[in-house]
Design a protein around this ligand. Structure first.
Ligand code: PRP
Ligand code: MN
Ligand code: MG
Length: 181
């Protein structure tokens, strides 16, 4: 069996669960930003799926820009070192910015990113993440919109990878330990 969903020990969220939650968050974000002209900042690579879906769940205008930041490399544990691999193409000063993430695990990536973006004087700066792990609570990352709080397991799918793979899985689930150990 080469179907990659077979590498999961259990499915946490189906494509339908994800679509339903994205629609709810999209409606909230629409209401909160109204005609402000939102800039969505996606964090490459993991946020590509949530960016594609969240942006299309909005009924109001938005623009999209991207940063590439990596703290995990190819392992399953955060290296503790945040690197900017690609900066924004646009100036966000005076703009209403919403950072879009697939997951907050330790909060290291976002606490670094938020202080970096705040120094560029946006009109406002908030975070949306599709998934959040318990450990994130220990760091001072103030998240405005959360899709789902999830258990502290190694999860993949919907942008979340192991060694670059599994991002294209439509479901999100726990990776079988024999795959990464
Ligand atoms: C993952 C994920 C978040 C970050 C969360 O990115 O997409 O950006 O880790 O972890 P943290 O809260 O502990 O910092 P990763 O560094 O694996 O790069 P990727 O998005 O290219 O997979
Ligand atoms: Mn990421
Ligand atoms: Mg990753």
């Amino acid at each position: 069996d080469t179907d990659i969903i077979g590498d999961l020990t259990n499915v946490l969220y189906t494509p339908e669960d994800i679509a339903e939650r994205i629609a709810e968050l999209g409606a909230k974000i629409d209401a909160d930003y109204a005609d402000k002209g939102l800039v969505l900042v996606g964090v490459l690579n993991g946020a590509v799926m949530v960016m594609a879906d969240l942006s299309r769940a909005l009924r109001s205008h938005c623009t999209m820009d991207w940063m590439a930041i990596s703290s995990y490399g190819s392992g399953t544990q955060s290296s503790g070192v945040v690197r900017i691999l690609k900066d924004l193409n646009t100036d966000i000063s005076g703009k209403h910015v919403l950072v879009v993430e697939d997951i907050i695990d330790t909060g290291l990536t976002l606490s670094y990113l938020i202080s970096n973006l705040q120094s560029r004087d946006p009109a406002s700066l908030r975070i949306m993440t599709m998934f959040r792990k318990p450990e994130a609570a220990r760091n001072a990352v103030d998240v405005a919109y959360v899709g789902f709080d999830i258990p502290n397991e190694f999860v993949v799918g919907y942008g979340l990878d192991f060694d670059g793979r599994y991002r294209n899985l439509r479901s999100v689930g726990t990776l079988a330990p024999h795959i990464y150990s």
